[in-house]
Design a protein around this ligand. Structure first.
Ligand SMILES: Nc1nc2c(ncn2[C@@H]2O[C@H](COP(=O)(O)OP(=O)(O)O)[C@@H](O)[C@H]2O)c(=O)[nH]1
Ligand SMILES: [Mg+2]
Length: 447
């Protein structure tokens, strides 16, 4: 990585569109932008001012009428000079613009390099930078809302607050180490203890948000399982509101698993329709059955679909919901009797699209601890979860052996410093390059 290079990349996806955006960042951005303009151009580029201009090829032929905006560093996304060119959305124009920028001295940006520079230049911390990638990949409005809160610093601000409490506790202990001769100052130690307790409590609250945070931002896999012909594929179509899967009264119609995306109560859900589970001698179908079982094991939630009220409902599993389909085939009396006996079963008619919203509500309750998404801050990545887990564990150890540690205050100080360093690993700037590569490689080029 040569941070002195001026980098260039298209920021919009490849393909035809009304507009496309090409972006440059670095000391040379303004110079390169001026080279794209005709020699006769007299309109200066002004900071944060959108200017309509003609860009030309190196031979001086008109290429496109574009809008150029300069964001002078350090008050820009990357902290460096940025030029954004909004051109007409033809891949030919975009690739020509990028190659002319390279000809004039730019280098093509690596994936995530714009955001990596923002991080290096102190514009974002690592939690915020990671959330930029998640924001771009948001598959529901609620996922986007949660990610934008993270980009705007909801979690980072909380972590800064926790770090300063830890530093305060550490400085109280270190003060004791430096000044106290024989008697330890009880009051100062008690203050340090309470600070550490309050930080541990917040870590513990944060850890509880990870399950929901991951499901809301990364989405959930929900498997439709059950014997052939119970109506799994018909239900998939009802949940999607369109005909995605082939349905038929011939058992074994669905041989392979079918995946389809939808949003349930703000949560992006990948529904997986399976072949259904039954004994079969058909090699292709039995492979489908094997895959159905694998899917159930790795999913976040399973709908166990039945179409028979004499079916033994013996599934006691928080990750599984029993759904009685084809309710239209039973009398009200039969249904009532069955549901009274099994109050955790939902009855629906997939073909008539009856009770589908009730079912969606139950799916949401099964997926999330709090289906109203009411926490202020969520942990969303496994990296955040594992670092906070380590920090929480570190504090648990310190607090549970507080009296022993007081006898060796330097060990106590060392342990607290370890928790602070761990937190730094999550936010930057003590994060090793290997972790940075992992974070930024998940980005698209141009961000
Ligand atoms: N009466 C009734 N028939 C249904 C319902 N849902 C599905 N079916 C029928 O049941 C048969 C099997 O459906 P399908 O979705 O292919 O079952 P799968 O093998 O579990 O995927 C088809 O003939 C569907 O039309 C329902 O709610 N009521
Ligand atoms: Mg099917």
């Amino acid at each position: 990585m040569h941070s002195k290079d001026t980098i260039v990349a298209p920021s919009t996806p490849h393909g035809y569109g009304g507009l496309a955006v090409v972006r440059m960042s670095g000391d040379g951005a303004l110079r390169v932008a001026n080279k794209l303009l005709p020699k006769t151009n007299t309109t200066p580029l002004i900071n944060r001012f959108a200017t309509t201009l003609l860009v030309v090829t190196p031979d001086g032929d008109p290429l496109d009428d574009v809008v150029v905006t300069l964001f002078s560093g350090p008050n820009s996304y990357t902290g460096e000079d940025i030029i954004e060119i909004s051109c007409h959305g033809s891949p030919a124009i975009v690739s020509s613009l990028v190659s002319f920028c390279v000809e004039y001295g730019c280098r093509i940006a690596d994936p995530g390099e714009f955001t990596r520079r923002a991080y290096i230049n102190g514009k974002l911390d690592l939690v915020q930078a990671e959330s930029v990638a998640s924001l771009i990949h948001s598959r529901s409005l609620d996922a986007a809302k949660l990610n934008v809160r993270l980009v705007r610093g909801s979690l980072s601000n909380k972590l800064v607050e926790l770090r300063s409490k830890l530093i305060k506790a550490l400085s109280l202990i270190e003060f004791e180490l430096d000044v106290s001769e024989d008697e330890l100052d009880e009051e100062r130690l008690n203050t340090a203890f309470s600070l550490l307790v309050s930080v541990r409590e917040i870590f513990s609250t944060l850890l509880k948000t990870y399950h929901d945070g991951r499901i809301i931002t990364s989405g959930a896999r929900v498997v439709l399982s059950g014997e052939p012909n119970v109506g799994k594929s018909t239900l998939l179509n009802a949940l999607l509101g369109k005909n995605r899967a082939i349905t038929s009264d011939a058992p074994g119609t669905t041989r392979d698993t079918i995946e389809a995306y939808s949003v349930v109560g703000g949560v992006p859900v990948c529904f997986v329709d399976t072949a259904g589970i039954r004994e079969t001698n058909n090699a292709i179908e039995s492979d489908g059955v094997r895959r159905s079982i694998e899917e159930i094991e790795t999913s976040d939630f399973t709908l166990r679909i039945i179409d028979n009220i004499s079916y033994p409902v013996d599934i006691i599993n928080v990750k599984t919901l029993v759904v009685l389909n084809k309710s239209d085939l039973f009398s009200q009396k039969q249904l009532k009797l069955f549901l009274n006996k099994h109050n955790n079963v939902v009855s629906i008619s997939a073909i008539r699209e009856q009770n589908i919203s009730l079912l969606e509500n139950k799916i949401l309750s099964g997926l999330l601890n709090d289906k109203f998404h009411s926490a202020d801050i969520y942990l969303t990545t496994s990296r955040q979860n594992s670092v906070i887990k380590d920090c929480h564990g570190g504090l648990e150890n310190i607090l549970s052996s507080w009296n022993v540690l007081l006898a060796t205050a330097d060990v106590l100080a060392f342990e607290i410093r370890d928790v602070i360093d761990n937190l730094g690993f999550l936010m930057g700037p003590t994060t090793p390059d290997t972790v940075l590569d992992k974070v930024f490689n998940s980005f698209c080029v141009g961000k």
